[in-house]
Design a protein around this ligand. Structure first.
Ligand code: GDG
Length: 753
């Protein structure tokens, strides 16, 4: 079994300098985190990786692979071959993209549409069809690259917002593949997500649901995603599990950690307090550290404004404190990034001009990438870390700072808009939009007594040590395997080809057959308005053929009213059961009541149901003779879920002393006479002989009553991937129709004689 990591960028960056191809380690939270995990794997079932320690391959275990863009455009096929060959030595597989594609895909849709939207900057969002077309196209290119490399047992772990369509594309090619997806940035609330055009947002959600496991940093992001899935695609979830017709998807929270031991070890190698930054010694100064990629989401301007206000309010701190501002160049070329850079430059100049003087520069500003050791040295020597993003999926800098504090001192100020703040409750929390809060937090941090710093950091370090990045990856991949096991349990009941053949053979040999068929969801798919779900000519033909066989009885058993059933199926040689068993029409006979029933309760209940329908746009009441159905398929799913609970509660209280049942079905609440069910109605049709063939197919809870009364030898099938007392499941009503076609094409032995 191999682990295939798929991300936009490879961990090894290819650079072309003076016509020469050079290969360098790439940096960033995703790469360093996954690399740490891959390092930890040597000797386990996922072994070998493109890691910072160079190529690894376990002698007995198959290696892991990393698939992604190599960091450079290589168009010359000879050079592509060279890059591919060199990267293969690091178990990395390049996905080559043209400059044009990269511009539209990465700089375009990824960073001008998804990045600002998912970070709550809707005014920065560019919505252009051509950008989305390239996003689709590049996701397809990645799909081909993964599919070419993939072996049946491989586990595919796809990362981040660049590749949200990939899980589904891959699933279409490899239905049984093990696919995990992790989103490193926030998933926004539905009100923000819905700003995307309808087709894009549906495709993105469907794309993600192609995975077996979809992971987010925080509970909020997972809930936002689940809510969008409900609102856009109409799929409900139970404890984060979504049962789709073809597979089960789990949505869960995995807060990414850091390589705690690596930071501790590196920090121990540093000599604290004497580092030189831009030629200035930091000795005797309290150091406030700020490290980020250049990005408008990171709140660097707010941070500077907060620091400026702090210096204004606290002149006693002037010349005693310094803000070390490290800004790492990023996404150069995107307009907003150039603008933010200009603003940062100007503000740093303003603060240094206003407060600085000979021997003291209030802000030491570095616009560059720092190698790992100097970065840890800064973490280790800074008294305060000031982390103020306006939005951040997680923010690893906050965690890395804490992990580098070997003597447990230091104060972390962290924005409540970061995923990290959910775990780091002992840090000083600020709202980054409030410059005053940032200034006040600095005042608190700089005078916090050491014992208090240690008390807070011990708690946070314990957590970071336990749930480090290796645990994070193990947790994710472990959960992915659990989903596969659960899917297998569900799949074990799927009606497979061999069982289908056995079933057809039983039908062929049986002297007599009875087939119970539910209608909605079993023979036809659901329509918004139940009246629209009338049978097609094809379906009527199929039922006619089935029922014409002399030794086969077909019973259509539905919750529909008897008039509709009579109208639709009057010409067929079938028996009908309407209103969930209240009315029975044996073939060629008139309708009769299953037992004497009283519907005197209806006038009292109708107004209640009508009131609830008025309070839920899209809901409506269907009155039948001995039952009432309250449909809400067209209603807003979230409001509906609240209203349904209230309605059922009211109905159950109101009917406590009346002989009626209140039950919830698929987007419907039904009230009907007691003692009536599809099970009781079916009893009169059950064959007397054990050798007879008996088949029942249905799709919802009312059909469970039917399945329960069937004798042991009967075959029962529930439509949809659901837990059921039926013996088998099929995925959809189209599979039911296929099966019925096969049955109708099978000549029973008795007839063929
Ligand atoms: C995305 C999400 C999420 C930064 N400057 C230097 C440097 N770094 C390293 C840090 C850290 C990483 O880059 C930055 O990670 P962040 O989490 O802070 O932010 P993003 O790059 O935006 O990452 C984010 C993350 O994915 C993981 O899921 O937390 O929310 O936006 O590891 O150390 N490293 C070195 N020199 C630098 O100058 N060596």
């Amino acid at each position: 079994m191999r682990l295939l990591i798929v991300s936009n960028r490879l961990p090894i960056v290819t650079v072309e300098e003076k016509g020469q191809l050079l290969f360098r380690e790439s940096a960033g939270g995703l790469v360093s985190g996954i690399s740490a995990y891959l390092d930890s794997l040597r000797g386990s079932s996922f072994a070998g990786s493109a890691t910072r320690n160079g190529p690894q391959e376990g002698p007995t275990q198959p290696p892991s692979r990393w698939i992604g863009w190599p960091g450079v455009t290589v168009e010359d096929p000879a050079k592509q071959a060279l890059v591919t060959e060199t990267l293969a030595g690091f178990h990395a597989h390049p996905v080559f993209l043209s400059d044009h594609s990269m511009d539209k895909f990465y700089h375009g849709f990824c960073n001008k549409t998804i990045w600002p939207l998912f970070h709550y900057f809707p005014s920065y969002v560019v919505c252009e069809e051509s950008l989305y077309a390239h996003y689709r196209c590049v996701n397809r290119i990645f799909c081909e690259a993964v599919a070419r490399l993939m072996q049946p047992e491989d586990v595919v772990w796809i990362h981040d917002y660049h590749l949200m369509l990939l899980p589904q594309l891959l699933r279409q090619q490899r239905p049984d593949a093990t696919i995990g997806f992790f989103l490193h940035i926030p998933f926004p609330s539905f009100e923000i997500f819905r700003l995307l055009p309808q087709t894009w947002r549906a495709e993105i959600l469907e794309g993600l649901l192609g995975a077996d496991l979809v992971g987010f940093h925080t509970y909020d992001y997972a809930q936002h995603f689940l809510r969008s899935v409900l609102r856009v695609l109409g799929h409900e979830h139970t404890m984060g599990k979504i049962l789709l017709p073809n597979h089960l998807v789990k949505v869960d929270t995995f807060p990414m950690g850091v390589d705690f031991q690596k930071f501790q070890a590196a920090a121990r190698r540093q000599v604290r307090g004497t580092e030189d930054i831009s030629g200035e010694t930091l000795k005797d100064l309290k150091v406030v550290l700020s490290v980020d990629r250049l990005d408008y989401t990171k709140g660097i301007l707010n941070r500077l404004q907060g620091y400026e206000l702090f210096l204004e309010r606290n002149p006693q701190w002037q010349k005693r404190v310094v803000l070390v501002l490290v800004v790492v160049p990023s996404r150069i070329g995107v307009e907003q990034y150039q603008e933010i850079k200009r603003q940062i430059d100007a503000l740093v100049g303003q603060i240094n001009g206003k407060f600085g003087g000979v021997g003291w520069t209030p802000v030491l500003y570095q616009y560059r990438y720092l190698p790992f050791e100097p970065l840890v040295s800064l973490y280790a020597s800074s008294h305060v870390a000031l982390v103020t993003p306006l939005r951040d999926g997680m923010n690893l800098v906050a965690k890395e700072y804490l992990a580098s504090r070997t003597d447990k001192t230091g104060v972390l100020i962290v924005s409540e808009m970061t995923g990290a703040s959910k775990e780091l409750g002992e840090a000083i929390s600020i709202n980054p939009n409030s410059v005053g809060e940032i200034a006040a937090a600095l005042e608190t941090a700089l005078v916090m007594p050491e014992p208090e710093q240690i008390r807070r950091n011990e708690i946070m370090q314990d957590r970071l040590r336990r749930y480090d990045v290796i645990r994070w990856a193990e947790d994710f991949l472990g959960r992915l395997q659990e989903v596969k096991v659960e899917q297998e349990r569900l799949r074990a009941k799927l009606l497979r080809r061999d069982m289908r053949q056995r079933l057809l053979e039983q039908f062929r040999r049986a002297p007599h057959s009875t087939i119970f068929l539910d209608y909605d969801g079993t023979l036809v798919s659901f329509a918004d308005d139940p009246k629209e779900a009338h049978p097609t000519q094809d379906l009527l033909m199929l039922l006619r053929t089935l029922s014409q066989s002399a030794n086969t009885d077909v019973v259509l058993i539905s919750g529909r009213d008897k008039t509709t059933m009579g109208d639709w199926f009057a010409d067929l040689e079938v028996s009908l059961v309407a209103e969930h068993g209240a009315w029975i029409k044996v073939k060629n006979q008139p309708w009769r009541l299953a037992k004497p029933l009283d519907n005197g309760w209806k006038p009292a209940l109708l107004p209640i149901l009508q009131t609830y329908a008025d309070r839920l746009p899209g809901a409506f009441v269907e009155e039948k003779q001995y039952s009432i159905a309250w449909h809400y398929r067209r209603a807003d799913p979230e409001l509906a879920s609240t209203r349904v609970k209230e309605l059922v509660d009211d109905l159950v209280n109101f009917t406590a002393n009346i002989d009626v049942q209140v039950q919830q079905g698929d987007k419907v609440v039904e009230v009907r006479c007691g003692g009536i069910s599809k099970g009781t109605a079916a009893l009169s049709f059950l064959p007397k002989e054990a050798s007879d063939f008996l088949l029942a197919i249905g799709d919802d809870w009312t059909d469970e009553d039917l399945f329960r009364v069937l004798p042991d030898g009967a075959c029962s099938i529930r439509v949809g991937h659901r837990h059921s007392c039926a013996k088998f499941n099929v995925r959809s009503h189209t599979e039911v129709l296929d099966l019925l076609r096969e049955i109708s094409a099978t000549q029973p032995q008795e007839c063929s004689r």
